[in-house]
Design a protein. Structure first.
Length: 368
């Protein structure tokens, strides 16, 4: 099967596609299924962040799935999102089973507004769903001169340290920080070694996984994406640290919001595509004005980043701050476009054929 897939890949012309054309196509799909404009805009904005910054596992490859579950009824095409302010600087936002991007952007905007008065604000999100790349929401805060943090749990994919079954989700943690005239410091990680979407991406590309990122059905590490059944906790021999970080995200996202724990969640991939999954998420906004002040904070960040990037590196290497690689990729892709992976390209083509818009867009690879 793998060799057959490789032969198919060799026949495909992989040409970069402009980001704006990819975005237009994705927005058109939401329009054609009757999704609310705000749902569409938020969702596409979040996955375009992933694609633009090189987080391809959480980029536009997710769009076919989101379209499917919006049509099957798992997700609400026209949600009524409500916020309850419970304490000074905190509250809960009910996502009404929307695709996760809209409630998360709304929660972060509310947290930013509240933090301007309280210094720090935190909002738990209920009745949400998979929200894509966590960095989309923290960068949204950083661009408004706030420190942003975001957490979310997901259905079980990651074994515990010495475990042999799925327990935590990939449970991302992200933080973004305004850094004066420089690009924001941007940190976005799964608390597994990689997200399971990355395993699926490697399957589609028929490439071996790095060591110590995934395990087979017995909990033994494997580099073969086709037999990977679960993910390893971050840290390899010290995976108890990654498992602990996964627990932090779990507590913020599920326990503090009253939503389902990772082992209780319906699998994102089905087979049930109609029942809402009741995910939680959590965002925090911190206003530097409530502490040292924005000017001194940004000056401190610039000093910190200068020292970091100029610190001694190993031979033939250089030191990067969190986000440096992603900002480089974003500039390259802004200029040159992005090559869609073969599976996403084919899924886009099938959707275009189904909706009768094949001639209006050119995002799929041609075959020899």
């Amino acid at each position: 099967m793998a060799s057959t897939f490789r032969m198919k890949l060799q026949k495909v012309k992989m040409t970069p596609k402009p980001l704006n054309k990819i975005e237009d196509f994705c927005l058109k799909l939401f329009d054609l299924i009757g999704a609310d404009e705000n749902v569409a805009s938020a969702c596409v904005s979040s996955v375009m962040h992933g694609t633009r910054f090189g987080v391809d596992s959480h980029g536009v490859r997710l769009i076919p799935h989101y379209i499917k579950v919006l049509e099957t009824g798992r997700l609400n095409k026209n949600p009524s999102i409500k916020f309850k302010n419970l304490k000074l600087g905190s509250g809960l936002l009910d996502g009404d089973h929307s695709q996760g991007a809209l409630p998360t952007y709304k929660a972060m905007d509310l947290a930013i507004k509240m933090a301007k008065k309280t210094g720090i604000a935190a909002i738990g999100i209920t009745n949400s769903s998979h929200f894509g790349p966590a960095g989309a929401y923290t960068l949204h805060a950083a661009k408004k001169d706030m420190i942003g943090l975001a957490f979310c749990n997901s259905d079980s994919f990651v074994r515990l340290y010495d475990g042999a079954e799925r327990f935590h989700g990939t449970n991302p943690i992200s933080m973004a920080v305004p850094s004066g005239e420089q690009d924001p410091w941007l940190f976005d990680m799964a608390t597994s070694s990689v997200p399971f979407n990355r395993v699926e991406l490697f399957r589609s590309l028929d490439q071996n996984l790095p060591q110590d990122v995934a395990s087979d059905e017995s909990g033994n590490s494997t580099q073969d994406p086709h037999i990977a059944e679960m993910l390893d906790p971050l840290g390899a021999r010290f995976g108890f640290k990654g498992a602990g970080l996964g627990g932090i995200s779990e507590i913020f996202s599920a326990v503090l919001t009253g939503m389902k724990l990772s082992p209780e969640l319906l699998p994102m991939s089905g087979p049930d595509m109609t029942t809402p999954r009741e995910l939680g998420a959590f965002v925090i906004a911190i206003d530097p004005e409530g502490f040292i002040g924005s000017y001194l904070f940004k000056e401190g960040m610039q000093r910190y980043l200068s020292l970091l990037r100029n610190s001694t590196a190993k031979q033939k290497s250089f030191v990067m701050a969190p986000g440096d690689r992603e900002w480089q990729i974003a500039r390259q892709r802004d200029k040159n476009g992005v090559v869609l992976d073969p599976v996403t390209s084919e899924q886009f083509k099938l959707l275009a054929e189904r909706f009768g818009i094949l001639s209006k867009f050119d995002l799929w690879s041609d075959h020899d």
